[in-house]
Unconditional design. Structure first.
Length: 258
């Protein structure tokens, strides 16, 4: 096999959660461009339908499905729709998530539960559903979880977010161990500072720009295009012997000097 061909997703079905914006929308396009049949899953169906139309107009195959990762029935229905259209899902990009900053003394029970329900329970729920179907199909597959640098380090005002993303890191490793015998690989990407809808107000502010200059050794935000290589590596046959890995894509912030 040609080296670059090993990164192809031709013939594979890829389900992307949180595909209506940001990292999810960008990597869904990447998957389509790499030859995959793409299932776009999120709560904002109108955005998904526009993205699906764009992909199809470019010659790709795409399906938009409504998905709420906090609801088991919604998750199962999304996978049912994917299978009806394209067959068993081969690759999952487990990307759906929320984020905000709150001092620990002000986080309510509801705030805490909402963060964990979406950013950790949702990842587990989607991964379990995918793995159950992949194992039954017996062809194996790949699950790529979007963790965060803040699952490996902490930041003021982020106790609930950091706890959830740290859970994703450990969940990724645990799933990799248990699912290896089913030929299911589970890895994670831990992005550093990338501008998305979740954080764009802060990243555009003077305070945000100063933070980037001081905290990121490369001195800049990451570009979404810089997640393409790590994603394709983990999703495709190029990463066929990788499982349980957490790839930091953070401009060296994780290893920055204390």
């Amino acid at each position: 096999m040609d080296f670059l061909q090993s990164f192809s997703l031709t013939g594979k079905t890829v389900l992307v959660t949180g595909a209506s914006s940001g990292i999810g929308a960008h990597l869904a396009r990447v998957a389509a461009n790499a030859g995959a049949r793409v299932v776009l899953a999120a709560r904002r169906l109108e955005r998904l339908e526009q993205l699906s139309s764009d992909i199809q107009q470019g010659g790709g195959q795409a399906l938009a499905v409504s998905l709420d990762v906090t609801d088991r029935a919604s998750v199962e229905a999304a996978f049912d729709a994917a299978e009806a259209a394209f067959g068993v899902v081969d690759v999952v990009l487990n990307n759906a998530g929320i984020g905000n900053s709150q001092p620990v003394l002000e986080i309510s029970e509801e705030d805490w539960s909402h963060m964990l329900s979406t950013n950790l329970d949702g990842v587990w729920r989607v991964a379990q559903c995918a793995a159950q179907r992949m194992a039954k199909d017996a062809r194996g597959g790949s699950i790529v979880n979007i963790a965060s640098m803040l699952g490996l380090r902490v930041i003021t005002g982020g106790s609930h977010y950091c706890a959830a993303k740290a859970g994703v890191v450990q969940l990724t490793k645990s799933l990799a161990l248990e699912l290896a015998r089913h030929k299911i690989r589970v890895n994670a990407i831990a992005p550093g500072c990338f501008k998305t809808e979740i954080n764009d107000d802060f990243m555009d502010s003077e305070k945000g720009q100063a933070y980037i200059r001081g905290a990121v050794p490369m001195g800049r935000l990451g570009q979404l295009s810089e997640l393409e290589g790590p994603f394709l590596l983990l999703a495709s046959d190029a990463g066929s012997y990788m499982s349980g890995a957490v790839l930091s894509v953070d401009g060296a912030q994780l290893v920055s000097s204390l």
